[in-house]
Design a protein around this ligand. Structure first.
Ligand code: PLP
Length: 309
């Protein structure tokens, strides 16, 4: 039997300004917590590299946006920063880094609507080691299938109660889509809307690239992602990488994208905070781009992404 990964848990608690350390191996939640009974809550998943959380401000801002979408009142950003610091320091103390550089830990922020009948949310920070899956996917790439999401690309605007742009705890459908893909022999999924638009992965943002020669022979590299207002989660990784790519001379674009655009691209990736940039090798069994160009573009964008704090 493998022993469980070491997890450090810190609750945000007004009586403990730096957060309240709790034993992650013991029960800590009430069974009537609405996070457990209804999946009613929000979360963020961040990556800490060598003890420092990447893109922390972007994650805290998105947590605030998700809270607003769900009418949840959550602790302020300073309280989160202190609790994150407590949890990460404790995790590093209990599990010192074995790599001299590139040590990766996952820092998860969770807020639920709290215990039924109470008036406050339940909020915590959880730190654990990063698993090997993300690293493997970055290195070997992914086979992806396209799956229907069952919504059109404008429903997010018409029906805000669907919470499509928020990072809610209701991820059972996303996890079911991943299991479905794995049963088909694939690694991951790209959702497509009922009006035929490329949306996102169950836990990732879709990116594609085109490389062209201009009339004067200069190379033009264009990085494209689906429209952010098409009922998808705005990725903090996509946002950060777009900033770095623009500074490095890439052209940027925001959909709309159709499945054929993915098949015609020079490279396609799924990107997210923990796995980082994972190249898509095949979509529905069809090869994407050419291996040499895909490798070159992946290396260039991965270096740009690694340079972001
Ligand atoms: N889209 C969905 C549905 C996600 O769950 C995630 C992350 O888990 C992303 C996109 C990528 O977001 P980020 O880059 O902020 O990790």
């Amino acid at each position: 039997m493998t022993s469980p990964a070491p997890v450090v848990l810190v609750f945000l608690d007004p009586s403990f300004p730096d957060g309240r350390l709790a034993d992650a191996a013991k029960p800590q939640l009430m069974v009537t917590d609405q996070g457990a009974t209804r999946g009613d809550g929000i979360f963020e998943t961040m990556l800490a590299v060598d003890g420092s959380v990447r893109k922390m401000q972007a994650h805290l801002n998105r947590l605030g946006g998700s809270a607003e979408a769900l009418d949840l009142v959550i602790p302020d950003q300073d309280a989160w920063r202190r609790a994150i610091d407590t949890a990460l320091s404790e995790h590093l103390h209990q599990n010192p880094a074995t790599d001299s550089s590139g040590d990766e830990r996952v820092v998860k922020l969770v807020v639920t609507r709290g215990v039924e009948g109470s008036d406050g949310p339940t909020a915590w920070v959880q730190v654990s080691p990063a698993g090997s899956l993300g690293r493997r996917q970055r290195e070997t790439g992914l086979d992806v299938i396209l799956l229907e999401r069952g919504y059109d690309s404008e429903v997010g605007e018409r029906a805000p109660w669907l919470l499509l742009g928020a990072k809610t705890l209701s991820y059972a459908v996303n996890m079911a889509a991943l299991r479905y893909a794995r049963k088909q022999g694939a690694d991951d999924v790209i959702f497509v809307s009922s009006d035929g638009r490329v949306l996102e992965g169950p836990t990732s943002t879709v990116l594609l690239a085109h490389v062209e020669k201009s009339d004067d022979g200069t190379r033009i590299k264009r990085l494209v992602t689906p429209q952010l207002d098409s009922g998808i989660l705005a990725g903090t990784s996509q946002g950060a990488l777009f900033g770095a790519a623009r500074a490095a001379g890439w052209e940027l674009g925001y959909g709309p994208l159709e499945p054929q655009d993915l098949l015609d691209a020079d490279a396609v990736w799924l990107i997210s905070s923990v796995r980082l940039l994972a190249p898509v090798n095949r979509i529905d069994g069809k090869e994407i781009g050419t291996p040499a160009l895909q490798k070159e573009l992946t290396a260039e964008l991965s270096t740009l992404f690694a340079g972001i704090d």
